[in-house]
Ligand binder design. Structure first.
Ligand code: TXA
Ligand code: MG
Length: 315
C-alpha cells in the first residue's frame, strides 16, 4: 500500500541515517510511536519548533512533549523527583508523559514549552523512534502528527493524509499498537492526571501510593482545550442513531453487526477498544456518514481515556 507514496519509507539503516541528518538540519519528519504517530523536530532549535507549530496550525501557547532515549539524556533539561523515578521504573519506556520543573540550564527551546517553567517529557518504546533518539545528541519535540484539533494518526498513511508532501520523510513503523495518546501526569506538585491514557489513574495511584490532586486545572495545555480529537463530523454520546446515514460506535458482544454499526471491541476488551477508536472514527468519516452516535462505554481502565476523547470530540 505504502509503495505509491514517495515520502513514506520503511524502517532500515539507510532511512535512519538520512533522517538523523535531516533532523540535525532542523527539519521535521513524521515518526511512529507505540501510542500515535508524531511530528518530530529538534527540541533545542527554535527554527525546528516554529516549523512544527506552523505545520500543525497549533496555537503557540500549547506546549509540546519532549521525547528522550532515557532519563540520563533528560538530566540537564528537567528536575527529577521521587515520584518520577517510581513511575519511570515501572512504565518506561512506554506510553506515559511526565510534567516536571524545567532545569535552569535546559537547552529546550522556550517556544516548545510555551514559555512555561515546566516541561512534559516522555520515553517512547517504539523501536523506530528509540533508534533515532539513541543516535541524536538532542531530544525530539513531538506532538501528534495531525492538524490541530483533529484525530491523531495511527499509521504512516494517516500522516500522509494530514500533511501530504509537506513532509519529506514519514517513516512507516506499522500501526501504533496502543492507538491513543500517552497518559500525561503532572508531577511538579501533588500528582495530577492531565490527560488519561492506556495507563490508568489507578495503576499510577498504586505505584505512587497517593491520591490525586483535586485542585482545578489551570494549566495551559491543548489536552484541556474543549474542541479536540474531532473527526470533523458531529459526535453525539449516549444516544442511538436516527437513521442509516448515522454511524453508531458500540462496544461489546450484545451488539449485532450492521452496516452502520462499528464495534470498538466485540469481545468487550477496553484495550482493544482504545486501539480501534481513531481507526474507526477515520473510517466512518471516509465512508461518508454525517454523524457519529456512541453507545455507553465502561468508565474504568482504558475506558476512562476512551470516554475522555469521545467527550472532547463531541464538544
Ligand atoms: O502519545 C503521545 O503523547 C503523542 C506521541 C507522538 O508521543 N504526543 C502527543 O503530543 O500526544 P500532543 O502535542 O498532541 O499533546 C501534548 C499534550 C498536551 O495535551 C498537553 O496537555 C501536554 O502534552 N503538555 C505538554 N507540555 C506541557 C506542560 N508543560 N504542562 C502541562 N501539559 C503539557
Ligand atoms: Mg495531539
Amino acid at each position: 500500500m505504502k509503495k505509491n507514496y514517495s515520502n513514506i519509507y520503511s524502517f532500515n539503516k539507510k532511512i535512519i541515517k538520512k533522517t538523523v541528518n535531516f533532523l540535525k538540519l532542523n527539519n521535521i519528519v513524521g515518526l511512529p510511536t507505540e501510542t500515535v504517530y508524531g511530528l518530530a523536530g529538534n527540541a533545542y532549535s527554535d527554527k525546528a519548533i516554529k516549523k512544527i507549530y506552523s505545520l500543525k496550525k497549533r496555537p503557540r501557547r500549547n506546549p509540546l512533549i519532549i521525547h528522550y532515549y532515557n532519563y540520563e539524556k533528560a538530566k540537564k533539561d528537567v528536575y527529577f523527583n521521587k515520584n518520577f523515578f517510581k513511575l519511570y521504573k515501572r512504565f518506561c519506556p512506554g506510553p506515559i508523559t511526565f510534567v516536571l520543573k524545567k532545569n535552569k540550564n535546559s537547552n529546550i527551546s522556550s517556544l516548545a514549552t510555551a514559555s512555561l517553567n515546566t516541561v512534559a517529557i516522555r520515553f517512547p518504546k517504539h523501536r523506530v523512534i528509540k533508534t533515532l533518539l539513541k543516535f541524536l545528541s538532542f531530544p525530539l519535540a513531538m506532538p501528534s502528527a495531525n492538524i490541530s484539533s483533529g484525530l491523531s494518526p495511527i499509521d504512516a498513511f494517516n500522516v500522509f493524509e494530514e500533511f501530504k508532501k509537506k513532509l519529506k520523510i514519514i517513516i512507516d513503523g506499522g500501526r501504533s499498537k496502543i492507538g491513543i495518546e500517552s497518559t500525561v501526569v503532572d508531577l511538579t506538585n501533588h500528582p495530577k492526571i492531565l490527560r488519561p491514557g492506556i495507563i490508568s489513574p489507578n495503576e499510577i495511584k498504586n505505584i505512587l501510593k497517593t491520591n490525586f490532586s483535586k485542585k482545578k486545572i489551570n494549566l495551559r495545555s491543548p489536552g484541556m482545550m474543549k474542541k479536540h480529537y474531532s473527526p470533523g463530523i458531529p459526535v453525539i454520546i449516549g444516544q442511538k442513531p436516527k437513521n442509516i446515514n448515522h454511524a453508531y460506535i458500540v462496544f461489546g458482544k450484545r451488539f449485532k453487526s450492521s452496516k452502520n454499526y462499528f464495534n470498538l471491541s466485540k469481545k468487550g476488551d477496553l484495550k482493544e477498544a482504545a486501539a480501534n477508536l481513531y481507526k474507526i472514527m477515520r473510517k466512518i468519516k471516509k465512508n461518508g456518514f454525517k454523524k457519529i452516535y456512541v453507545s455507553k462505554i465502561p468508565s474504568f481502565g482504558p475506558g476512562i481515556a476512551i470516554n475522555d476523547r469521545l467527550s472532547r470530540a463531541s464538544k
